[in-house]
Design a protein around this ligand. Structure first.
Ligand code: 13P
Ligand code: SF4
Length: 329
């Protein structure tokens, strides 16, 4: 947090006001890697879904201000029911979380009564309450590997992440829900082929939610892309790889907010988006003005029904306990 992006049109002392209010309220500000640059720069911690969940679970702060989307703040509240959790705009949803609701999951479970349910963290609290273990993109493979190989699994809701997990674990007994994130699904095989062709020799980071994940692996396997240069990574994994990279150029297939952290982590490498239009409208709802208003007016607070939170907690705690750090720590 040495350099800060000053948001245009805001008071020059915006950053000072935010930091003072956070100190007065003993609040920790968490920001996902897809947040706007000024939000990332003012936050106490920036990270991926898993890393931020772990910080939210362990913090001594009285309040958590979650600059991300609704399911992330809800997950923090499930982990810390006695702590006040806020999101600067409660309308910041997620198109992927919207692809399955509790009734749909109940019906799917009824078709596979013996299956273990693995839900991506991008789900509502009600769906988590019907889940055995949650995962994020950084530990999905570890979570599935922790389950008896003969056990049937329902994996939801992301079809591209599900296909990646199926490939990496070699398991046939995983049923995958046909959901997708509209931002990552729009990072298409055509975008990938065009960008890779125009930038020979560049390294490639691909988030497993992307519509082009299968093509990236296929191209790597068929020799169209050098295998050692193609990495399927969570946002935290991308950051870790960027810190170590000596490449001149890295092509990045994920939401474009990620580029800010990557460029800060390694100024010597050029990071280029595979689809420069891949911006998440929900992540961008968390603006500098709303963050300040959240700290001043205590809006919007997250509440999760205690019965639902209690039913969801075990699945979220298992997620937090499994796999690599996930960034932000
Ligand atoms: P991760 O930070 O876990 O990679 O998640 C990406 C994402 O799409 C969050 O909405
Ligand atoms: Fe949801 Fe996609 Fe936005 Fe992530 S990028 S919050 S998965 S809509």
């Amino acid at each position: 947090m040495t350099t800060r992006t000053v948001p245009t049109g805001l008071d020059a002392d915006w950053a000072q006001q935010v930091r003072e209010l956070a100190r007065e309220r003993n609040a920790v500000i968490l920001a996902h890697n897809y947040q706007l640059p000024e939000i990332q720069d003012i936050a106490d911690y920036v990270g991926d879904s898993l890393g931020l969940s772990r910080i939210a679970a362990e913090t001594d702060a009285d309040e958590v201000i979650f600059c991300g989307v609704h399911f992330m703040a809800e997950t923090a509240k499930i982990l810390s029911p006695d702590r006040r959790v806020f999101i600067p705009d409660a309308n910041a949803g997620c198109s992927l979380a919207d692809t399955i609701d509790a009734d749909q999951l109940r019906a799917w479970k009824a078709e596979h009564p013996d299956a273990v349910v693995v839900s991506y963290v991008n789900t509502t609290a009600e769906v988590k309450a019907l889940t055995d273990v949650c995962c994020t993109s950084s530990n999905a493979v570890d979570v599935v590997n922790s389950i008896d190989p003969d056990q049937e699994i329902l994996f939801l809701p992301d079809q591209f992440l599900g296909a990646h997990v199926r490939r990496r674990t070699g398991r046939e007994n995983i049923h995958v829900w046909a959901g997708e994130c509209h931002v990552h699904a729009d990072i298409s095989p055509t975008n990938l082929v065009d960008t890779v062709t125009a930038n020979p020799g560049a390294e490639l980071y691909v988030h497993p939610e992307c519509g082009c994940t299968t093509s990236a692996l296929w191209m790597a396997e068929s020799g169209e892309l050098p295998q050692e240069n193609t990495h399927i990574l969570s946002t935290g994994g991308m950051l870790e790889a960027a810190r170590k990279s000596t490449s001149e150029k890295v092509l990045v297939a994920t939401e474009i907010g990620m580029l800010h952290q990557l460029r800060k982590a390694n100024p010597a490498t050029e990071f280029m988006p595979v689809n420069p239009k891949a911006a998440c409208p929900y992540m961008q709802m968390i603006t500098a003005e709303k963050l300040l208003a959240c700290l001043r007016n205590q809006t919007d607070e997250i509440f999760v029904d205690e019965k639902i939170a209690a039913a969801a907690r075990g699945a979220v705690e298992r997620m937090v306990a499994i796999g690599n750090p996930g960034g932000g720590e």
